[in-house]
Design a protein around this ligand. Structure first.
Ligand code: GLN
Length: 492
């Protein structure tokens, strides 16, 4: 008889945990209890988790155990714990986008992605902190407080999906849903040694994702490895009649073995030069060499307009944010301030509800869209966006993917950049291109620096090549076991 009370090793992936459950080493209820215990101790200590759903998770785990014992398991995610970022709506708990503006907001329905995962048996165990309205790169603008990086608690976990990454980087068994508008799943993944993919824009329904920049936003999985990210993506991707921008993927390339594997990778040299820490550039070059040793052809290429991408992103993302956030006026949506004057009610509600970074973005966005400045900023940024797309397409004419670092520098100290918005925006220089072009980008652990802080790299591919990238990520993770490393102290 297998010992039903033995829990899987802390670093076990979702795939391995599923096998563990199938082999009867423990029940879903025991697994979920073990994970809830970790959330209550480490998740709270890191301040990564805002809400934990103990009773509901127990119920869902018991249902999963019943299905398993009657031979009706729902597949690879049945009984697996997951969390959702605070800007993704869930029926359970609240969905406040880490903003005072939405304090206590309870959504009526699950986001489509969350609903699909729960229907596949995955167990929603909690909600994670993020930067306010997903605007940030350090998780320091959350109304729920600063989140710590599990590898060094004085450092930021990255942002805006900092809570999700802190959990994914410190424990296995689970996966987490974050979002990425300009790097918010990849940069925290890189900072916390996790694996994450920003899917092709439109691949995953945005219904239930609290909007920041609608032409850039995607819901994304973050987990221990590329296998788990693929499993999650397969469940949540696909057309959603309730999101008019979701893609009809027919046929969906679900079986990676049938995909043409990635053989030629373009190492983007502009991503390794000025403004990029030497330790990061060296690590990514070394990773390219490791790929070459495995038979991958590495070609050094330049990505034209890379240096213009961040400015372009700042204009487009703030323009869209100013429009998306116009609804929070205390009357239609959001907290309402006291006043019997309508104009004053709008103004005081917005002032009280939004933090300073969100206000800064709304002001910037309103400015770039205003009559007299629109052509000089917004319309021009749209033209640059086209050039960026074309630049990526050009590289992909004779290469299968682009390789570049995720972040130009290592996880920085809490408080180090928060008073310097430009220093924070510099975090995004290498990630925003994928969002502007709408292409998928996979973040993978690449190395550790001399302070034992994680370094991440990313692969961008053509529209719709998400599973091709994930298949490559799986190969990379068979060539080394960097992704299995957990910070000291997280072992049971
Ligand atoms: N760091 C970027 C920003 O602050 C990206 C945010 C995101 O992807 N949500 O805009």
């Amino acid at each position: 008889m297998p010992n039903r009370s033995s829990l899987p090793p802390t670093d076990a992936t979702v795939g391995e945990v599923q096998q563990w459950l199938t082999d009867g080493h423990c029940s879903a209820r025991q697994l979920i209890d073990g994970y809830l215990d970790y959330l209550q101790r480490v998740g709270r200590e890191l301040n990564a988790v805002v809400e934990i759903f103990v009773d509901e998770a127990h119920l869902a785990a018991d249902e999963s155990d019943q299905r398993r014992s009657s031979g009706q398991s729902l597949g690879p995610l049945d009984g697996i714990p997951f969390t959702a970022k605070m800007n993704i709506t869930t029926q359970l708990g609240s969905s406040d986008a880490s903003s005072p503006m939405l304090r206590g907001f309870k959504a009526k329905e699950d986001a489509t992605a969350v609903g699909r995962l729960r229907a596949a048996g995955a167990v929603l165990v909690g909600k994670t902190s993020c930067d306010e309205f997903a605007m940030g790169a350090s998780n320091e603008t959350s109304c729920h407080g600063v989140v710590s990086n599990p590898w060094n608690r004085d450092r930021v976990p990255g942002g805006s999906s900092g809570g999700s990454a802190a959990l994914a980087g410190s424990h296995g068994w689970s996966f987490h849903l974050g979002s990425d508008t300009g790097g918010s799943i990849r940069q925290p993944a890189a900072f916390c040694n996790a694996t994450a993919i920003k899917p092709t824009w439109g691949r995953v329904s945005r219904r239930g994702l609290i909007a920041f920049g609608s032409s850039l936003d995607q819901i994304c999985p973050i987990a221990r490895d590329a296998v788990d990210c693929q499993t999650v993506l397969q469940v949540m991707e696909g057309y959603d009649p309730l999101d008019s921008t979701s893609l009809k993927l027919t046929p969906s390339p679900l079986v990676p073995a049938t995909l043409e594997p990635i053989r030629r990778v373009a190492l983007i040299t502009d991503g390794l030069g000025a403004g990029i820490d030497a330790s990061i550039a060296t690590a990514v070059r070394a990773a390219a060499q490791k790929m070459a040793n495995q038979g991958i052809e590495i070609i050094e290429r330049s990505l034209p307009h890379l240096e213009a991408a961040n400015a372009c992103y700042q204009v487009i993302s703030t323009a869209e944010a100013s429009s998306n956030l116009a609804r929070y006026d205390g009357v239609h949506v959001g907290v309402r301030a006291e006043s019997d004057q309508l104009q004053e009610l709008y103004e005081t509600s917005r002032h009280a509800g939004f933090g300073s970074e969100v206000r800064r973005r709304i002001l910037l966005g309103t400015f770039v869209l205003s009559a007299g400045y629109r052509d000089a900023y917004y319309t021009r940024a749209l033209a640059v966006r086209d050039l960026i797309r074309q630049g990526i397409d050009q590289v992909l004419e004779d290469c299968d993917a682009l390789l570049l670092p995720v972040s130009p520098f290592a996880p920085f100290r809490i408080g180090e950049r928060i008073d310097d918005p430009l220093a924070l925006y510099a975090c995004d220089i290498l990630t925003v291109t994928a969002n502007l072009a709408g292409v998928p980008a996979l973040a993978l652990p690449c190395d550790f620096d001399e302070d034992q802080l994680p370094i991440g790299m990313q692969l961008m591919g053509a529209h719709g090549s998400d599973h091709r990238l994930l298949e490559f990520g799986q190969r990379w993770q068979r060539w080394n076991d960097l992704h299995r490393a957990l910070p000291e102290g997280s072992a049971r």
